[in-house]
Ligand binder design. Structure first.
Ligand code: ZN
Length: 529
């Protein structure tokens, strides 16, 4: 007698091997058998006729560390078939917090519209314990953020650290690794993490490499400086021994589209020379970030209050404007491609482009951006269009390219149902399977599933997860290859993907017949010893 028996489905096991007809039996959270004609009785029978049975998807780039404590059911992610998220990305993890950074986040929380329960943790271990206590529907693989560590030691200073400060930061990293982080992340366009030199990052990543850990990076530039930024990530990998993952790979801005191929070639060369380096991407032509990330780095030094003070100064605004023209990839001519996503302080902005909003207000786009940042106290986010589908297709075909939502996740109900978040929150994985596999034939279904399960499992060196095999944890998605697709759009994002019929996480049904069951069987997949 099995706990669950999935019958009559077509198994794609995540290794890239061709599909085959087989039943799948599950007991005690693990796959017991994958064979045709399993006749034994089971507590729950799932009829998978005409459906694909595959390993649950792995989201290689997730910001769900900030949503799981608020929305542990991770609805928009589970409805995509995601069983596991890699969190703590872009340099920013919720922990560890020093006493000083605790005060900063707790002060900021008072004006936050979606407060995290920051009071529940300080150390990296206590954040992971919070996830376990809350109980999540999906598994989480934790990274420690380099910017978080830098803030713990240096607050928002742009200064070069002293030798003592470097040693102190290394100690924070070491402790986080020993408490379960699988690696470190950077977000090298976001202050204060971006104030770090390559040497400083190497110093912090050394204890990670020594422990067989990972360096996940939102690299220092995805536009004009893309190639230098990829080269920096390669150097960090070589000098630390850490396995490198480049986040949400893209070449941003029309003038840089030709660089995607060169950047991919740089990574190919590094791989050929033995470096463990790979990348992930999301299948959209637009990205999303906070609106303040358009400001020059110097304008954000010192944190929120200091940034707001600068925005109030006409002379400083002029300097910002000049630098934004010069260095930003959001060229003046492209303000019609920057859409305001979420603006809790003034919802009237949501869903309109900066060009539209500036014109309606009779202001220049820069003026509108500065005013809006002041008005909303920097709590406003954007979606910006900068990619070309030709590159998306090129990247999807790369054998070491994985998939990441770059999203925290949302839901059609509750606190995360507001605003116009990027549709990747709801549609990333189904969009690859629907648009790029079924409609355009860019990849075989077997190859797409491998990029979503077996390949991340290989990267993360899992021995009993990520493939559909006996003895493995039963993270399983069951979907209809003829209907699977994303529904979320930029102007109307809060729509679950369709075609994902069932999702099991650790042998427990999280999605059943397209409905979230409320179950929370997720585990924290922390580094062991
Ligand atoms: Zn990022």
């Amino acid at each position: 007698m099995f706990d669950i028996l999935i019958r009559n489905g077509v198994v794609i096991d995540g290794s890239g091997a061709p599909r085959r007809r087989a039943d799948v039996a599950i007991s005690g959270g693990r796959v017991q058998a994958v064979e045709p004609g399993l006749a034994k009785k089971a507590g729950v029978l799932i009829d998978a006729s005409n459906l694909i049975v595959a390993p649950g998807f792995v989201d290689m780039h997730s910001h769900a560390d900030r949503t799981l404590p608020i929305l542990p059911t991770a609805d928009s992610l589970a409805h995509q078939g995601i069983a596991t998220v890699v969190i703590g990305q872009c340099g920013s993890s919720p922990a560890p917090l020093s006493e000083r950074t605790r005060e900063i986040v707790l002060a900021a929380q008072r004006s936050d519209d979606l407060p995290l329960p920051w009071e529940r943790w300080s150390s990296f271990a206590s954040y992971l314990d919070t996830l376990r206590e809350v109980g999540t529907s999906i598994n989480a693989v934790p990274l420690v953020g380099q910017s978080t560590v830098r803030q713990a030691v240096m607050a928002f200073s742009a200064a070069e650290p002293t030798a003592e400060q470097v040693a102190e930061m290394q100690e924070w990293v070491r402790r986080a690794m020993d408490e379960g982080a699988v690696g470190i992340s950077t977000g090298l366009i976001y202050p204060p993490g971006s104030y770090a030199s390559t040497e400083e990052i190497i110093a912090l990543t050394k204890p990670v490499g020594e422990r067989g850990g990972y360096y996940f990076s939102h690299i220092r530039g995805e536009a004009d400086t893309l190639l230098d930024a990829v080269a920096e990530a390669i150097r960090i990998g070589r000098e630390t021994g850490a396995s490198v993952e480049i986040a949400h790979f893209k070449a941003a801005g029309r003038q840089n589209w030709g660089k995607a191929e060169q950047a991919l070639a740089l990574i190919d060369d590094a791989r050929a020379q033995g470096l463990d380096i790979s990348a992930d991407m999301y299948p959209y032509l637009a990205g999303s970030s906070s609106l303040k990330s358009m400001l020059p780095e110097w304008a954000q030094e010192g944190g929120k209050e200091a940034t707001l003070a600068r925005l109030a100064d006409i002379e400083i605004r002029r300097r910002m404007s000049r630098d934004m023209e010069r260095i930003g990839f959001f060229r003046g001519s492209e303000w019609d491609k920057v859409l305001i996503a979420t603006s809790p302080r003034n919802r009237a902005y949501e869903g309109y482009t900066v060009a539209e909003l500036a014109e309606a207000a009779g202001k220049s786009p820069h003026e509108w951006v500065f005013d809006a940042l002041q008005e909303t106290e920097l709590q406003i986010s954007m979606i910006s269009h900068y990619a070309t589908e030709e590159n998306l297709i090129r990247q999807l075909r790369v054998p070491w390219m994985m998939i990441g939502t770059d999203a925290g996740g949302a839901a059609t109900h509750g606190p995360l149902s507001q605003g116009k978040p990027h549709p990747r929150n709801y549609g990333t994985f189904p969009r690859v399977l629907g648009r790029f596999v079924r409609e355009m034939g860019i990849l075989s279904l077997e190859e797409a599933v491998r990029k979503m399960s077996g390949l991340p499992a290989q990267k993360l060196r899992w021995r009993d997860r990520g493939l559909l095999r006996p003895g493995y944890w039963a993270d399983i998605v069951i979907f209809d290859p003829d209907t699977v697709s994303d529904q979320a759009t930029y102007r109307d994002p809060h729509q679950y993907a369709v075609g994902i019929h069932h999702l099991l996480v650790n042998g427990c049904l999280v999605i059943r017949d397209g409905q979230h069951t409320g179950a929370r069987p997720g585990q924290v997949l922390a580094r062991e010893g």
